[in-house]
Design a protein around this ligand. Structure first.
Ligand code: ZN
Ligand code: ZN
Ligand code: ZN
Length: 248
């Protein structure tokens, strides 16, 4: 759905080589991904500011669950637009998240959760998780990671796992990723950053987990041109790009 860092790529008013690139893979909406399960359910990872555009672009007609990694705006700012799915599906949207994210959403989106029944408000049900749970007929394992001082959740669903905005994952959480065939993990840029994995740090995680395929996401314009960076990556590792589809 999207593979860009918080500002997206191109960045407003930036004239760098990446922001002016004509390669479609250098145009990145804010980070999000959609998993279509074998059972035909749609599970969305994060609901950022580009949510509406992403749903329209990929012709998504139904959502069964939203897994929120953390409550930074680039991951939750699209929450108001779940209304469209509420109208069509005639039920609350199930949103799964950790305690920190739940408290942040209750505070920052108080109008959604204040029960004054204003017609047309988004309807979302927040489910706090910190142990394996079931959603959209799938068993989902939360994987805890740190985003500087903020606990964030990655999620493992069978052979795949999705983690973003991490800069540290403890060994016991890495252990939960063992055996995945597909790992999606954040890599901001080549240079070190205080709250996101750099490219080399993300590659270290990939090496530990040893999936068949790894895709890097939450990418900044500072990473460089997609085509250049892709050429430098180890076998089995790719930069993700918007509209990429992967079959597991
Ligand atoms: Zn982010
Ligand atoms: Zn730029
Ligand atoms: Zn973040």
């Amino acid at each position: 759905m999207g593979t860009g860092t918080s500002q997206g790529v191109p960045v407003i008013a930036c004239h760098c080589d990446v922001c002016t690139s004509v390669d479609e893979r250098d145009r990145r909406l804010r980070t999000s991904a959609l998993l279509r399960t074998d059972g035909g359910k749609n599970i969305l990872f994060d609901i950022g500011p580009d949510f509406r555009q992403q749903m329209l672009r990929q012709h998504v007609l139904a959502l069964d669950a939203i897994l929120v990694t953390h409550a930074h705006r680039d991951h939750v700012a699209g929450l108001d637009d779940v209304r469209s799915f509420n109208y069509v599906q005639r039920k609350n949207m199930d949103v799964y998240l950790n305690g920190e994210a739940k408290r942040a959403l209750l505070r920052d989106y108080a109008y959604i959760f204040a029960r004054h029944e204003y017609p047309g408000l988004p309807e979302a049900e927040l489910h706090e998780v910190d142990a394996p749970f079931e959603a959209a007929d799938e068993k989902i394992i939360p994987v805890k990671a740190m985003h500087k001082d903020l606990p964030v959740l990655g999620y493992r669903i069978g052979p795949m796992a999705y983690i973003t905005d991490a800069n540290h994952i403890a060994p016991e959480e890495i252990a939960k990723l063992k055996g995945v065939r597909l790992l999606v993990i954040n890599a901001l840029r080549k240079q070190k950053h205080f709250s996101h994995f750099s490219l080399s740090e993300a590659l270290e995680v990939v090496e530990k987990v040893a999936p068949e395929k790894a895709f890097l996401t939450h990418i900044s314009h500072e990473m460089g041109l997609h085509a250049d960076v892709q050429r430098e990556l180890p076998q089995g590792v790719s930069l993700a790009y918007d509209n990429l589809e992967i079959e597991i």
